[in-house]
Design a protein around this ligand. Structure first.
Ligand code: 4NP
Length: 149
């Protein structure tokens, strides 16, 4: 069982997008039973909020199944439980380093490490560009899954 936690600032745009894209990829690969996939925030801004409506619209446009969910905050215990904790940008990573235990620091990564895209995932909550975020996140998730064969 591989446990993957995607992390972003608010947990209503990028990391839930990554969660549902990755769940869809492992489902299609017939490997859903081998994975536990979730997402969380490093800030408290949107805790308890549903996904941004533009996140939902983008998932629907790409026919990615999703469940209604509410934003949760990354905890030290999650750092313990998960094998990989994957942030969307450097700001996320900096805050993740403060939340997890020292022993769990090697589990922290950036999603674009797996896509080969030479920059991190810009926050569509600020840019408004959910389609670009989706495509870059999907490329990262595909690379991640390919590396986990
Ligand atoms: P996300 O985008 O980190 O991709 O979920 C954001 C969502 C909400 C906020 C910031 C970023 N916020 O400050 O509420």
């Amino acid at each position: 069982m591989k446990k993957i936690m995607f992390v972003c600032l608010g947990n209503i745009c990028r990391s839930p997008m990554a969660e549902f894209i990755m769940k869809d990829l492992v489902n299609r690969a017939g490997r859903a039973d081998s994975f536990q996939i979730a997402s969380a925030a490093v800030s408290s801004e949107a805790l308890g909020c549903p996904m941004d409506s533009r996140t939902v619209a983008t998932l629907r446009a790409h026919r990615i199944p999703y469940e209604n969910r509410r934003a949760q905050k990354l905890t030290e215990a999650m750092g313990d439980e998960y094998d990989l904790l994957i942030g969307m940008d450097e700001g996320n990573l900096a805050r993740m380093r403060h939340i997890v235990r020292k022993e769990d620091l090697p589990k922290l990564h950036l999603l674009n490490e797996y896509s080969g895209i030479p920059h991190t995932i810009a926050d569509p909550w600020y840019t408004g560009d959910f389609e670009t975020a989706f495509k870059e996140i999907r490329k990262g998730c595909r690379g991640l899954l390919d590396g986990l064969v």
